[in-house]
Design a protein around this ligand. Structure first.
Ligand code: NAD
Length: 396
């Protein structure tokens, strides 16, 4: 198959197996050059195939030599369709982990279901005994509640009043004003059901009930707080409400984990181009501006750099970490000088000067790279087999 990018809005419908494999290899190479992370050995990553979750799995496997179980929800190739990027990423991760002699298994299925949780428990019992670290990195548009069977959709809307701001079509560089109507109470609640902490809590309870959590176990979930500029659509919007619920859940989990001296953390990460962030209204233009400002000051970090910093200087550093505090990996994004420039320049940006004032080109490159496109060393006119197996895959 000749595989070229085929996109609709902020979704790319195709992915390139070799391009995705290169992305994974680049992250592995980065992590191998860093100082060893002195961390526990058995790690579960929920949402392990792309973005922050993939970077977390790579950091723990290749930076700490950990055994990893990954949970993801990805699509294999079918007759006329490529697999999803996360499928190809996972295939390369598993190949490299095996090459390195590391234990790794991936469960491909709905992390929100009881079935997947039961399968993970069975795997831990059979293969690892106990888990030392659980990373929760799910971003999903919907969730079926495993108890009631009801399906909830998440939404990206302001709360209370309509929100108008500019947004870019990052394929054309055209900026237009968008108005997003406020969410109904039902939409706020549905988003909380999908992206709040309920499922994280169910995971920790399932693992705890099965007695597969090791003494001193740690768990971390990722949140985003962001700039005042995006507060109406993010922090003070439906997704922000869900994230506040996730943050509250860390407190509940800390109480639950006390008897085994376990700790639950929230890490507030930097805004980065991922499949999820590209879908949030207004945010792509904010990220394009941020990319320019942070690159100019040599402050920009990728997913793998963020996660290496999290693991080596926060979660597994010698300095004791207070679990009641949110870990701030967004400190550089939110530095006063950066945010002052964001606010100053935002009003100036239009379709004519977007290439000068922001790094929209960098945003676009990062977006296509997520799907394995844009690598100089790949001839995208060459036929390639889209059907790639994942070693160690457990399909649910
Ligand atoms: P992403 O879309 O790249 O990754 C999402 C992962 O979740 C994938 O591995 C996917 O397979 C998995 N997933 C989705 N639904 C699933 C399901 N039902 N069952 C099993 N797996 C499922 O997203 P990301 O941007 O890396 O986000 C991960 C977390 O980090 C989210 O909580 C997000 O809010 C947070 N975060 C993201 C940013 C950002 O800018 N991207 C910033 C701060 C925090």
């Amino acid at each position: 198959m000749i595989i070229k990018p085929k996109f609709r809005d902020y979704i790319c419908l195709t992915a390139h197996p070799e391009g995705c494999a290169i992305n994974v290899r680049e992250q592995v190479e980065f992590i191998k050059k860093q100082k060893h992370i002195d961390s526990p050995k058995n790690v579960l990553v929920i949402g392990s195939s792309t973005g922050y979750g993939l970077a977390s799995r790579i950091a723990m496997a290749f930076g700490a030599g950990a055994n990893t179980i990954g949970v993801a929800f990805e699509r294999p190739a079918a007759k006329s369709r490529t697999a999803s990027a996360g499928w190809y990423n996972t295939a390369e991760f598993e190949r490299l982990a095996k090459e390195e002699g590391l234990y790794s298994k991936t469960i491909n299925g709905d992390a929100f279901s009881n079935e997947v949780k039961e399968k993970v428990v069975e795997l831990i019992k059979n293969d690892l005994g106990q888990i030392d670290l659980i990373i929760y990195s799910i971003a999903s548009p919907r969730r079926t509640d495993p108890i009631t069977g009801e399906t909830y959709q998440s939404s990206l809307k302001p709360i209370g009043e309509a929100y108008t701001n500019k947004a870019v079509n990052f394929h054309t560089d055209i900026i237009q004003e968008v108005t997003i109507s406020p969410a109904s109470e039902e939409e706020v609640e549905s988003t909380r059901k999908v992206m709040g902490g309920e499922d994280w809590q169910l995971w920790i309870e399932a693992l705890s009930n099965a007695k597969v959590l090791s003494p001193n176990v740690k768990t971390v979930a990722y949140t985003y707080i962001g700039s005042e500029l995006t507060y109406p659509i993010y922090r003070n919007g439906t997704i922000g409400e869900a994230k506040k619920h996730l943050e509250q859940t860390a407190k509940i989990l800390n109480d639950k984990l006390k008897p085994i001296n376990g700790k639950a953390y929230i890490s507030s990460n930097k805004a980065l181009v991922t499949q999820s962030s590209a879908a949030i209204p207004v945010v792509p233009l904010y990220i394009a501006l941020l990319l320019k400002l942070m690159k100019d000051k040599n402050l920009d970090e990728s997913c793998i750099e963020q996660i290496y910093r999290l693991m080596s200087t926060k979660l597994y550093s010698e300095e004791p970490l207070d679990e009641s505090q949110i870990i701030r990996l967004d400190d550089l994004e939110l530095r006063d000088d950066i945010q002052r420039e964001v606010i100053l320049q935002w009003d100036e940006i239009n379709s004519d000067n977007i290439r000068q004032l922001t790094d929209i080109e960098g945003f676009r490159k990062e977006f296509f790279k997520l799907f394995g496109f844009g690598h100089q060393q790949i001839d995208y006119d060459t036929d390639i087999n889209p059907d790639v197996d994942i070693q160690g895959l457990v399909q649910i």
